[in-house]
Design a protein around this ligand. Sequence first.
Ligand code: DX5
Ligand code: ZN
Length: 227
Amino acid sequence: MTARTALIAPSILSADFARLADEVAAVERGGADLLHVDVMDGHFVPNLTVGPPIVESLKKVTKLPLDVHLMITNADAFLADFASAGADYLTVHVEACPHLHRTVQAVKERGVKAGVTLNPATSLHTIEEILPDIDLLLIMSVNPGFGGQTFIESCLHKVSTARRMLDGIGSRALLEVDGGVKVDNAARILAAGADVLVAGSAIFCGDDYAVTIAALRAARQPASVHR
Ligand code: DX5
Ligand code: ZN
């Protein structure tokens, strides 16, 4: 068992897009560990957001690793673009990738860390076989598409199960949780075994980004440090 610090990944979905560089600088100064970029296509999820040009622009204004969450149906067609734009992690949805093994290999071949994610109603059984190949497992704790939704409590159990699955195969993949993460539920999510907390509205809709980031990170109690 080694202590692991909770990593905090602000989601720019709730940032002021007209002042994106300033917003990113503020969370970077405030102690963020990763920058979570939500890519939505209006097909896989009922919303549209950003694409490779924004990732490329973000890369120029921050040193934070770019954690790109692809909520799109045809991820394979865009992996090269997101990789050249500067994504450090590319996370795809198991529901949207029928040839998940091929997709994960394609991400890694481009020198990018590969993540896989599941919607709240998708079973962890669907990713058992790909688990040894991935660098990040993202558990969605809301139905993807929008910021500011309420954390789905049943996902906590899924986080604990995912933790056991990763530990069981000796994986060092990061276990990330996304959706409805707030200062008041962060301790429970971290206790369930999460390594990375994605937080959009909790950070960007508050007054002091640094204070929220510190509070999210401090929610990891010594008792919840599990490895
Ligand atoms: C939801 C996105 C999330 C979203 C989280 O589809 O994947 O990353 O920005 O926003 P909050 O933290 O406000 O729930
Ligand atoms: Zn996300």
